[in-house]
Design a binder for this molecule. Sequence first.
Ligand code: IMP
Length: 181
Amino acid sequence: MFKVITHNHGKFREIEKIVSKAEMLEMEYPEIQTNSLESVVDFALNYLASRIEGNFIIDDSGLFIPALNDFPGVYSAYVFETIGNDGILCLMEGKKDRRAYFKTVIGLRYRGYNFKFIGICHGEITEEPHGSEGFGYDPIFRPEGYDKTFAEMSVGEKNKISHRGKALRKLRGFLERMGEI
Ligand code: IMP
C-alpha cells in the first residue's frame, strides 16, 4: 500500500483510480514559499520522510495563467481559499488571452529515495463557472480540444487528459517496473 498524504478527497479519488494500492493519510506538512512546485515537493518529501514509515506519495498542483504572469501558480491553494473562482474570473475580465495550464508534481518517497513525476494540461479559463464535479478550479478550466470544463467531466474522463492523470500514469509505470503493482 502507498500512503497518499493529503486532506483533499477530490485529489485522492483521482489518485486511487490510477494507483489502486493507495490509502489516504491526512497529515499536515509545510509548503515552503518558493517559485516552483518542484521545490515545494522536494522540501515536503524530506520533511515527511522523517515522520512517516515506509513509502508515501504527495501531490502539489497549481493553475498557471500567462495573462496574469502565471498567477496563481504556486499560490493556488491560498488564492483559491481567499478569492476563489469568482476572484480569478474578475482578474480575467477584459483579457483576450484566456490560456491557462495546470501542472502537477507528484512526489514519491520510495525505499528511502525521492522521485518526482510531472504532468501538465493546457486549456483556457472560461467566462463563467460550469459544472459541479471535481474540485478547486475545475469549474473555470476548459481543457484544450474540449467544449466542457473539468467540472463537467467524470473522474475517469478528467484523468484521461488531466495534469494529475499524466503524472499518475508516469508514477504507475515506475511502480510497475519496480514490481510493486
Ligand atoms: P494543492 O496541490 O493542494 O496545493 O492545490 C493547490 C490549489 O489548486 C488548491 O486550491 C486545489 O483545489 C487546486 N487544484 C489542485 N489540483 C486541481 C485540479 O485538478 N483541478 C482544480 N483545482 C485544482
